[in-house]
Design a protein around this ligand. Structure first.
Ligand SMILES: Cc1cc2nc3c(=O)[nH]c(=O)nc-3n(C[C@H](O)[C@H](O)[C@H](O)COP(=O)(O)OP(=O)(O)OC[C@H]3O[C@@H](n4cnc5c(N)ncnc54)[C@H](O)[C@@H]3O)c2cc1C
Length: 472
């Protein structure tokens, strides 16, 4: 029986453990914070739970045009109350967030134990490629011999030397769930996915939000049309986006914070959230006792079946810097075990990865990007259908968003898509399926969609690409 030792119990590690056990390995999983990793305890799960509350708040607040009247609407507030009397009890929201994360972690623990995975609460470190040493909470050490090792240690928030986190006013995303009151004015530094999601959520919860973006537009890594929709929505809702503004320092001042920008301007708020990226957890892992290589940013170098340069040592998830998504971490972990334990394996294919930005509206993407098409790297035809033309969207009062579809110029095979809509994360799946199964636009549009539905726009977009002229 192959002895498999996994360091890190996030999606990269625990999904691998389940597969390894299924394939007959004797699996030991070493985790020092709690099963589920930062995905479950501080990252994906808590943030999306918080965002669920924010979404409901937005829907209620914007329900007036659907004929919904709240008591507060009748109160005599001069100029009307833009919040319509809706407010968030952040202490209750955060208690729910943390409870849900703890339960999710417990569910994962139970599942792993049910699959005969040995769980070790401690910090793991390699001692050569075939041995892992775990340091337990009481300082004692245990050694595990391994035929196969998987490193899945994740990443942590990047800090700035001139912006010391204090957990009270100057925060990373890990600190947010300890807040018992809504920040009065939250300055979010960083307009990537994490910064944009929290700016959108806290604005919906009722905070004044300032978003400091070092780039020309928010979400620099995403589809530019989608980012523009979000900027327009932010502007309408009163989120103050400071573009081309780089934060130089963040300091406490009395009951608030002062963010100084590189051009000398100062922005004052009650709290500051730093969302300036992540750093891979690859120090103190004993990698130097093996042939595992890291790149300049500290990420472990892996191939498409998660192999490192050391025989028998694999790596998965954020510590590899491949794509910081829980779904990718889990897939890398599973692929590693399929490969290591001799099962059939398909190498990781990033072109079929769906990802989503959980702002309001959501932005979901899969396959080739507009940038690749515009740069003539991929010959493609494309179509964009605005959501405001969709009957279901009209009924729901949703105006912001679109469906964009790319297909191969000659064959019509679907190769990419972007959906900006409420619940775009659910709508992207048919496009992802079409890409992975190499379906043509005609095949995609030949299936019935429900009338009325937002997915009708996906089929309609595919229909519009039938036989149309190449744009490249
Ligand atoms: C705010 C936020 C929101 C996000 N939202 C999404 C989303 O909506 N969708 C999505 O797909 N992704 C999302 N992500 C990204 C996602 O959380 C990560 O890609 C995912 O957690 C990576 O999984 P992992 O297994 O590599 O690492 P992690 O989940 O970070 O788990 C690694 C674990 O290893 C442990 N560990 C580290 N070193 C050691 C050691 N030496 N010994 C023992 N244990 C160790 C850590 O304590 C941690 O528990 C989000 C991230 C953040 C920060």
């Amino acid at each position: 029986m192959d002895r498999v030792v996994i360091i890190g119990g996030g999606p990269g590690g625990y999904e691998a453990a389940l597969v390894a056990s299924q394939l007959g390995g004797a699996v030991t999983l070493i985790e020092d914070q709690g099963m589920g990793g930062s995905a479950v305890l501080t990252g994906t799960v808590p943030s999306k739970t918080l965002i669920a509350t924010a979404e409901v708040m937005t829907e209620v607040r914007e329900s007036a045009e659907l004929g919904v009247r709240l008591r507060a609407d009748e109160d005599d507030v001069e100029g009307g109350d833009p919040d319509r009397g809706v407010s968030a009890d952040l202490a209750a929201v955060n208690t729910r967030v943390l409870d849900l994360a703890t339960k999710q972690s417990a569910d994962i623990t139970e599942r792993l134990l049910g699959e005969q995975v040995t769980l070790v609460a401690g910090r793991g470190r390699l001692d050569g490629p075939e041995q892992v040493v775990a340091t337990l909470a009481d300082g004692t050490q245990e050694s595990y011999d391994a035929d196969i090792v998987l490193v899945a240690t994740g990443s942590r928030p990047r800090e700035l030397p001139t912006a010391r986190l204090d957990g009270e006013r100057i925060l990373s995303w890990r600190h947010l769930y300890a807040l018992s009151e809504l920040p009065e004015r939250l300055i979010v530094v960083g307009s990537g996915v994490t910064g944009a999601e929290f700016a959108s959520a806290y604005d919906a919860l009722g905070c004044d939000v300032v978003l400091v973006s070092s780039r020309e537009r928010v979400l620099p890594g995403e589809d530019a049309d989608a980012a523009q929709v979000l900027e327009d929505v932010f502007a309408r809702r009163g989120v103050d986006v400071l573009s081309r503004s780089r934060a130089e320092s963040v300091v406490r001042e009395g009951d608030g914070v002062v963010v100084t920008l590189t051009d000398g301007r100062q922005v004052r708020g009650s709290h500051c959230l730093l969302a300036v990226g992540s750093i891979p957890n690859t120090e103190d892992l004993g990698l130097e006792t093996t042939r595992v290589e890291t790149d300049r940013g500290g990420s472990i170098v892996v191939d498409r079946v998660s192999r490192t340069k050391a025989r028998g040592v694999y790596a998965a998830g954020d510590c590899t810097g491949v794509l910081p998504l829980a779904s990718v971490a889990a897939m890398q972990g599973r692929i590693a075990m399929y490969h290591a334990l001799g099962d059939a394996v398909a190498p990781l294919d990033l072109l079929t990865v769906s990802s989503n930005v959980f702002t309001t509206p959501e932005i979901a993407t899969v396959g080739v990007s507009q940038q690749q098409v515009d740069d003539h790297l991929v010959p493609a035809r494309e179509v964009v259908l605005r959501l405001r033309g969709n009957p279901r969207a009209k009924m729901q009062g949703s105006r912001d968003g679109f469906v964009k579809l790319f297909c191969r110029s000659v064959t019509g095979i679907v190769i990419g898509g972007v959906v900006v809509a409420p619940r775009a994360s659910e709508l992207i799946y048919p496009i992802a399926l079409a890409i992975s199964q190499r379906l043509t636009v005609d095949q995609l549009s030949s299936s019935f969609t429900v009338y009325p539905s937002l997915s009708g726009s996906i089929a309609e977009a595919a229909r519009r690409l039938h036989g149309s002229r190449s744009i490249t």
